[in-house]
Design a protein around this ligand. Structure first.
Ligand SMILES: Cc1cc2nc3c(=O)[nH]c(=O)nc-3n(C[C@H](O)[C@H](O)[C@H](O)COP(=O)(O)OP(=O)(O)OC[C@H]3O[C@@H](n4cnc5c(N)ncnc54)[C@H](O)[C@@H]3O)c2cc1C
Length: 355
C-alpha cells in the first residue's frame, strides 16, 4: 500500500538493518505516534500508514515490526478512548513527547490468550498482576493493563494506564521464544500504582470491540505481510541467481502461486481498513484477517524456505530464511487461531458473507 503521507517513503530509504537501530530510527523520525492526532503530539496519519510502516519495518526485521505493531496498537487505542479525560490526554502527550513505547499487559498464566478475562483485581490505587509474557518492558514509558473492577454490583473488566515510573516490575522468568529474538520477552510480577483518573471510562469489552482488536490485528497483519514479502523476495532472488533455467521456470510458477496467498492477505488488510457498517460482519471479518492472514504468512515463509533448500535453512547467509520462518510461525498462536475461530463461529449466526 502506498503511504497517505508521502514523506514516509523517503524516510524509509535510510532504515538501519537491525531491530534496535530501526526502533531508534523510528523514534528519532517521530514515527512512534504516527496515527495519533496532531493535537495530541502525533502525526495524524491514517491507520493504513501504520500498517504500511509495520510492513516496511518487518521486511527488515520481524522483531522491529512486531515491537512497532504492538506499541502503535496500544497508543492508537489509548488516543481513541481518552473521552474527555484531561489526565489521560496529558499523559498521552507526555509519553509521545518522551518518545517512549507503550506495552500491553493482558496475558496472565490463568487466562492465556483470552483477552476478555483477568484475574488481577483493581484496588483503589494499586493493581498487582502476574503475566505470562510482556514484551519490551525496559523500553516502555507506560503500560495499558487489564484488571477486574469489583467495586460495583457486577465485576467489570477495565483498562488502566500506568506510568513506568509508577510501576514495580519483578522478573519471574525470561521467555526465550523460538522467534522475535530481538524483543525482550519476560514473565513479570507487576505492582502498578495509579490515580483513579488513569482508569479508562469505557469498559475494556467496549475498548476491545471498537478499537483495540481491529487496530492490533491490522498492524499484526502488516507484520505478517512484511515477513511474507521478505520470504518471497529472497526465494525469487535465489531462483534467478542460482537455479538453471529449466528448474527456475517451474519455481517461478510456484512463487507466483505463493503470491496468490500474499495477495489474499493484503486484500484482507485493505478490506478491513475500509469502514464496515455491520458490527457483526466487522467482528467476523477482523477475526478472519487474523486467522487467514497469519496462516498465509507462515505457509509462504515455509514454502519459500523449501524452495531455497539448505541455504534457506541456514542460520545466516544471503538466502537464509531462518529468522523469517521463526517469526512467522508465531502468528497463529499469538491469540490462538482455534480460539478466534470458535468465537467467529458464534458471530457467524448473525452475519451473512456477501461479495
Ligand atoms: C512474541 C510474543 C510477544 C507477546 N507479547 C505480549 C505482551 O507484550 N503482552 C501480552 O499481554 N501478551 C503477549 N503475548 C502473549 C500472546 O499475545 C497470547 O496471549 C499468548 O501467546 C497466548 O498464550 P497461550 O498460547 O498459552 O494461550 P491459550 O489461549 O491458553 O492457548 C493455548 C492453546 O489452547 C488451545 N485453545 C485455547 N482456547 C481455545 C478454544 N476456545 N478453542 C480451541 N482451542 C483453544 C489452542 O490450541 C491454543 O494454542 C506475546 C506472545 C508472543 C508470541
Amino acid at each position: 500500500m502506498a503511504y497517505a503521507d508521502p514523506a514516509l517513503a523517503g524516510i524509509l530509504k535510510s532504515l538501519p538493518g537491525d531491530a534496535a537501530g530501526i526502533m531508534r530510527f523510528v523514534a528519532d523520525q517521530d514515527l512512534l505516534a504516527l496515527t495519533i492526532p496532531a493535537a495530541d503530539g502525533g502525526r495524524g496519519a491514517p491507520l493504513a500508514d501504520g500498517v504500511s510502516l509495520t510492513y516496511d519495518l518487518a521486511r527488515r526485521s520481524g522483531s522491529a515490526g512486531l515491537t512497532y505493531a504492538m506499541h502503535l496498537g496500544q497508543l492508537h487505542t489509548w488516543a481513541a478512548h481518552v473521552k474527555g479525560s484531561t489526565y489521560l490526554a496529558d499523559e498521552l502527550r507526555y509519553l509521545i513527547a518522551g518518545r517512549k513505547l507503550v506495552a500491553s499487559v493482558v496475558s496472565e498464566p490463568d487466562t492465556g490468550g483470552n483477552i476478555h478475562r483477568a484475574t488481577a483485581v483493581m484496588g483503589q490505587t494499586v493493581v498487582v498482576k502476574e503475566t505470562s509474557n510482556t514484551s519490551y518492558v525496559p523500553d516502555a514509558g507506560a503500560f495499558l493493563v487489564t484488571a477486574m473492577d469489583t467495586s460495583g454490583p457486577k465485576p467489570v473488566q477495565r483498562l488502566v494506564m500506568v506510568r513506568a515510573d509508577a510501576t514495580d516490575a519483578v522478573e519471574m522468568r525470561r521467555n526465550p521464544l523460538m522467534g522475535f529474538k530481538d524483543i525482550d520477552n519476560r514473565a513479570w510480577s507487576f505492582t502498578f500504582r495509579y490515580p483513579q483518573e488513569a482508569v479508562f471510562a469505557d469498559p475494556f469489552a467496549t475498548i476491545a470491540s471498537t478499537t483495540m482488536t481491529a487496530a492490533t490485528h491490522l498492524l499484526w497483519a502488516g507484520l505478517w505481510s512484511g515477513l511474507a514479502a521478505r520470504a518471497l523476495e529472497t526465494a525469487s532472488r535465489f531462483a534467478k541467481a542460482e537455479l538453471p533455467p529449466d528448474i527456475a521456470a517451474p519455481v517461478q510458477t510456484q512463487l507466483s502461486t505463493l503470491r496468490n496467498q500474499h495477495y489474499v492477505l493484503n486484500a484482507l488488510i485493505r478490506d478491513n481498513l475500509a469502514p464496515n457498517p455491520s458490527t457483526f460482519a466487522a467482528a467476523a471479518a477482523i477475526n478472519r484477517l487474523k486467522i487467514v492472514g497469519s496462516e498465509a504468512a507462515r505457509d509462504i515463509a515455509l514454502a519459500c524456505q523449501q524452495i531455497i533448500g539448505l541455504r534457506g535453512y541456514a542460520e545466516s547467509g544471503r538466502y537464509s530464511l531462518s529468522e523469517v520462518v521463526r517469526d512467522a510461525i508465531s502468528g497463529p498462536l499469538m491469540v490462538a487461531n482455534a480460539r478466534l475461530q470458535a468465537n467467529t463461529a458464534g458471530i457467524d449466526r448473525f452475519s451473512e458473507e456477501r461479495p
